[in-house]
Design a protein around this ligand. Structure first.
Ligand code: ATP
Ligand code: MG
Length: 359
């Protein structure tokens, strides 16, 4: 065996700590003897509390999995269980997992079963998010290219209309040149939004709660008293590297939509939480800031929801349909992602920002 193939001399338990798959080791009385950090996160239990307990004490509906564990202990055969639903004992979540039960036997030392749990809904989420990121990058590249191509001839058209206006004596004809100039300006504004922001983000240490306070102040001066903004902040959220102006713009676009959906009357909640060992697309991050903008407005129906992050998708007569597309692009410059879920009375936009990003 060449040296590059030699397994590094580290304790096997330490390697298990790096796995994203949950690993639980049960003894022959089906008492938990070991759980790796991924398992602790999935079951929301610390190893200290979980060890020594049976699966029934950790998971509410453990009957089926326990049956398989017992079977593996008796037959000494590896068994796979697909799409198994687990209600976690703290009652806070249900996860769908694929399970692998492997008999472990070290003569004279240990006899038991190793249980590997791999989240299925989590894998589906990664695939969907990867797809979303790829599609959006392609759309933005197309849009920016198109905007760039329109920008120059548009400048020419406007200039020519101005020259023509100087030559024309008839006021009625001047009205036509005015229309050309006005419409060219409107298009120019639209294109500037599509191409914005041009500069490389200027990264600095940012406190997300200061960003949310700025957005909330801005919005409250725009609307009258019918709007209530509730803040539910997690004070443990650390500062991270970001461009504060770009973040304000992204959050503002989302909050303004909520205000518009509410017609200025209703409640918006700004919530922050920390997520540990969390995936954004296929990249796993140790710490992720989760910022939610929640409104109790009419909601977004499913068909529209699939498209709202694309440019030019709008239901408002004066909307350009660029707000969310720009917000998504600004957040992706921070390696983050915006997701949306909605039902009448509860629309949630979730901004996920990695806290360990180097950029
Ligand atoms: N909180 C919300 N509640 C209901 N519908 C929403 C919400 N947020 C977004 N939408 C829907 O998504 C559409 C797209 O939003 P987006 O911000 O991209 O464009 P817009 O608000 O229409 O125009 P603008 O470019 O001025 O922002 C909106 O027209 C609206 O139909
Ligand atoms: Mg908008």
């Amino acid at each position: 065996m060449s040296s590059s193939q030699t397994f590094p001399e580290v304790g096997s338990e330490r390697l298990l700590e790096y796995l994203s798959t949950s690993v639980l080791l049960f003894d022959d009385k089906l008492r938990l003897r070991y759980i790796n950090p991924a398992g602790e996160v999935m079951l929301a239990q610390s190893a200290r509390h979980a060890c020594g307990k049976s699966l029934h004490e950790l998971i509410a509906n453990a009957d089926m999995v326990t049956q398989y564990l017992t079977g593996t202990l008796e037959t000494r055969q590896v068994v796979m269980q697909r799409g198994c639903r687990l209600d976690l004992a703290n009652g806070q979540a249900t996860v769908i997992v694929n399970c692998t039960h492997t008999p472990v036997s070290i003569p004279g030392e240990f006899s038991g079963v190793m249980l590997e749990l791999r989240k299925v809904d989590h894998l589906m989420r990664i695939e969907q998010e990867e797809q979303l990121i790829i599609q959006q990058e392609a759309t933005h590249a197309l849009l920016r290219g198109l905007a760039h191509e329109i920008k120059n001839p548009l400048g020419g058209l406007r200039g020519a209309a101005q020259l023509l206006e100087r030559e024309v004596q008839d006021d009625e004809l001047k009205e036509y040149t005015q229309i050309i100039i006005r419409e060219a300006d409107r298009l120019q504004n639209l294109i500037d939004r599509m191409l914005w922001p041009k500069n490389i983000p200027s990264m600095q240490a940012v406190n997300i709660h200061h960003i949310l306070e700025r957005v909330s102040d801005l919005v409250l001066v725009e609307v009258n008293s019918g709007l209530k903004i509730t803040k539910d902040y997690d004070p443990s959220l650390p500062e991270f590297q970001a461009d504060p102006d770009l973040l304000v713009q992204a959050v503002l676009n989302i909050v303004r939509n909520a205000v518009q959906a509410l017609g200025g009357e209703g409640e918006i909640t700004l919530r922050t939480r920390v997520r540990r060992q969390f995936n954004i697309g296929s990249r796993r991050h140790r710490l992720v800031a989760c910022v939610q903008v929640i409104d109790n407005g009419p909601g977004i129906d499913e068909e529209l929801r699939e498209k709202i992050f694309y440019p030019m998708i709008t239901t408002r007569s004066d909307g350009t349909g660029l707000g969310l597309s720009i917000a998504q692009s600004l957040i992706s410059r921070h390696q983050g992602l915006i997701e949306c879920s909605s039902k009448p009375g509860n629309t949630v936009f979730t901004i996920l920002l990695p806290l360990d990003s180097k950029q």
